[in-house]
Ligand binder design. Structure first.
Ligand SMILES: Nc1ncnc2c1ncn2[C@@H]1O[C@H](COP(=O)(O)OP(=O)(O)O)[C@@H](O)[C@H]1O
Ligand SMILES: [Mg+2]
Length: 411
């Protein structure tokens, strides 16, 4: 299959039109009656246009977007996208066109829950079979582009509405499509957040020449487009070019200042300082390695600086190393300092894991006489052992939590 160049900046010679619809109609046949959702629509979008599509509810806007997005095919008429006759393609063919040429943004964000921003953005590349390394690198770049480089490890419920929509935009962008389709992308957002999302889309349109078609019912939003198309009863009833569209960033500056620092406050409310992303096993394992390194350093310190031959290195050396390494890595892994609940969970996981490992170590090292004692007075020894274990875990967690807090200063 011949695919057009992926370079969205340079239109192929003689093909400046990205989208050409001719006589497009869509009927929905519900058995008894036929709904004529689109009637005889002729539209041409040049590359680099920012088109707002407006119209009352039921006027056919979403039907048009579904056709433009190759999610649905017209009942009549032809659709050419980047010179390809997409209407004539099979379902699989249209799926390839969709994956290569189109990014989607929806009103409801449509992110996978319980999946980090980074993984959500990687998904379209995964469908394309892009390997893990490049996939991750491109997803990170897209998230940085939308200003979310700091929140890659967050899941959607830890992000505000505006941030979720920016993740969705990053997901739409990550495949470098020449066309972005957005069906009421700001429908669930307040005025300020809507303008922020719009400013981002305007930047992408201007700086990367991405063609954007955006459905909205808000005048302020449509005013920022370079062209406004109005639909009524499935027909295009007006098509107006706006030579000097409003600048979303400038509109944003005109808004009264937010009461509290809104985006951040909103994000804090949603993510909570309270609840950070899950602590991974990898994070704990690296901390265990740090504990070993810290103990090694501690032993060297006792031997060479204090000139004492210690058999038992005070555990504080290991714990300080753990806390320092964990606190320092948090920024890279989670995009922020460990939150209080992450510090607590990490302290418990780490101490628990450490204890289990120590337990195995202790059992393996038990000398014969004690082994016999354990077998004979088994339950009592086991009880003491368990009690001591719980006490040590608790003490270790508390110390670790304190150290982590010390190493994660506020601002
Ligand atoms: N899958 C469908 N089956 C039947 N009728 C539909 C379907 N989708 C949309 N319609 C009808 O087509 C018309 C246009 O709908 P739509 O494109 O969703 O409008 P808009 O997005 O402008 O609100 C409406 O009358 C709607 O009820
Ligand atoms: Mg709609």
């Amino acid at each position: 299959m011949d695919m057009p160049s992926e370079d969205r900046g340079a239109p192929p010679e003689g093909r400046d039109d990205l989208i050409v619809l001719r006589g497009v109609a869509k009927d929905y046949d519900s058995g008894e009656s036929v709904v004529r959702a689109l009637r005889d629509v002729d539209i041409t979008f040049a590359r680099g246009e920012f088109v707002a599509i407006v119209g009352t509810s039921g006027s056919g806007k979403s039907t048009l977007m579904n056709i433009l997005g190759c999610l649905d095919r017209p009942t009549r008429g032809t659709y050419q996208l980047a010179g390809l006759d997409v209407g004539a393609r099979t379902n699989d063919g249209r799926a390839i066109v969709r994956n290569r040429l189109i990014g989607f943004i929806f009103q409801g964000f449509n992110l996978l829950p319980r999946t980090t921003a980074l993984e959500n953005v990687e998904l379209p590349l995964q469908y394309r079979g892009v390997g893990r390394g490049p996939r991750r690198a491109r997803a990170m770049k897209a998230l940085e582009q939308v200003g979310l480089g700091e929140r890659m490890g967050h899941t959607p419920n830890q992000l505000s509405g505006g941030q979720q929509q920016r993740v969705a935009i990053a997901r739409a962008l990550v495949t470098d499509p020449p066309l972005l389709l957005a069906d009421e992308p700001t429908g669930n957002l307040d005025t300020r957040t809507s303008l922020e999302v719009l400013a981002l889309l305007q930047t992408l349109n201007r700086e990367q020449n991405i063609t954007i078609a955006l459905v909205t019912h808000e005048h302020d939003i449509a005013a920022c487009a370079s062209r406004v198309i109005t639909f009524r009863d499935g027909r295009m009833v007006s098509d107006v070019r706006q030579d000097s569209p409003k600048d979303a960033q400038a509109e944003l500056a005109k808004l009264p200042p937010p009461e509290v620092n809104k985006p951040d406050a909103e994000a804090q409310g949603a993510t909570g300082e309270r609840r950070g992303a899950a602590i991974s096993a990898g994070f704990v394992i690296v901390a265990l390695l740090a504990a070993i390194a810290g103990s090694g350093l501690g032993k060297a310190y006792c031997t060479y600086v204090l000139e004492q031959d210690v058999r038992f290195v005070p555990p504080i050396f290991g714990l300080v190393a753990v806390a320092a390494v964990a606190a320092a890595r948090a920024k890279g892994v989670y995009g922020h300092l460990l939150t209080r609940d992450q510090r607590l969970r990490f302290s418990l996981y780490f101490s628990g894991t450490f204890l289990v490992l120590q337990g195995f170590g202790a059992l393996a090292a038990l000398p014969k006489p004690i082994e016999v004692a354990v077998r004979e007075g088994g339950s009592l020894v086991a009880l003491r052992f368990a009690g001591a274990a719980c006490g040590i875990t608790l003490a270790m967690s508390i110390v670790l939590f304190g150290l982590l807090t010390l190493f994660s200063p506020k601002k």
